[in-house]
Design a protein around this ligand. Sequence first.
Ligand code: CMP
Length: 217
Amino acid sequence: LSKVQLFSQLNEHQLNAIASICMKRTFKVGTVLFHEKELGDAFYIVFTGSVKIYTSSSAGEEKILTLAKAGDSFGELSLIDGKPRSASAQTLEDSTLLTLTAKNFLDLLKNHFDISLCIMQELCQRLRDTNQHVYDLTFLDARTRVIKNLIKLANKNGTRQGNVISIRMTLNYDELSQMAGVQKPILMQVMRDLNEKQILAFVGQEMRLDLAKLRGG
Ligand code: CMP
């Protein structure tokens, strides 16, 4: 728990108290944890693995809002404002999650200002990210959006060796294009082009990116 950003200010005694009210559960890849518009009853912390947070159109198209990986948390909005889930959540790989009931989560916020502040900071960051995404969709062309999204993914999920970043791929092409906010053929075209310029390569399950060259475009 000490590795979870939300709980980083707490002492061992407080962490133990939280551990005793968390439930640890393992979910197979592809498990939908909850759907958008359902009532929220739990708060989630990713212990291992990763989860995609997404919204869907009535035609069944998806838009990924964010990826939650080890140490990240989600599911707080509906517990705080009492409204339905604002997005759906699905595991991208076999994952172990810690869950807190709505009551325990709200009690934590009441009793620990540090945790409340962390949640507020997390909400601020999400609003900033969303503003940035609106900017990108409004002002950037599709190719730049794909490149920017690859850089973001590399910075968040990659391991670095010199200029090369390796990302273990848990997303398919549909999901990558949804994240960047471009049509799949455009994503494929940009990735082919980057591959020809030796900026991007696939090695087994890993995508390798030359970050210095990628920033140059
Ligand atoms: P909740 O609405 O309870 O359920 C869906 C969760 O997804 C939500 O709480 C947040 O934790 C998370 N979420 C929703 N929208 C975003 C977003 N734009 N960026 C990051 N996380 C989000």
